[in-house]
Design a protein around this ligand. Structure first.
Ligand SMILES: [Zn+2]
Length: 152
């Protein structure tokens, strides 16, 4: 992996993709494979200094490189990573990007105000991102740290 002017941007996007992909793994893979992949991601997402307020570009590049290696080994996770990076600077999962929502609501009634974007919640330790589908869904906890997610 070479570094260029976009390296830092893609590093942040890759880390965000790894945080945001975790809720999807059990939909895509067997319970065993989902758990194994999540365990690998969690290990990388929790370096000793933490990722909640990352400032060291060398550390970020190292973390992002390891995450990229994990996400590029499987077709579904590779596609997710590409979709998230294409959404810079928001780095949302494809189903929470406006272009996807517009397509899904294309047959809505006339005067439909359009899709409502989901609120984003993150673990204060910086290893988990979750999008709240609607206000009736309770906000959960980080599965790693068992702490409430904060709106971000
Ligand atoms: Zn966490």
């Amino acid at each position: 992996m070479t570094t260029d002017d976009r390296g830092t941007i893609d590093d942040r996007g890759t880390i965000e993709a790894a945080r945001a992909i975790r809720p999807y793994l059990t939909d895509w893979f067997s319970p065993q494979e989902a758990a194994a992949l999540e365990h690998q991601l969690v290990d990388v997402l929790n370096p000793p200094a933490g990722l909640s307020n990352p400032t060291d570009p060398t550390m970020l590049a190292s973390v992002a490189g390891q995450l990229r290696g994990l996400l590029e080994t499987r077709r579904l996770t590779r596609r997710f990573l590409g979709d998230v990076l294409a959404d810079a600077p928001y780095y949302r999962p494809p189903e929470h990007q406006p272009r996807y929502l517009r397509g899904r609501n294309a047959a809505g009634p006339a005067g439909d105000p359009g899709p409502v974007l989901a609120d984003r919640y993150i673990c204060p330790h910086g290893d988990y991102t979750w999008y709240r589908p609607d206000v009736s869904t309770p906000v959960g906890r980080c599965p790693t740290h068992q702490v409430p997610l904060g709106r971000n």
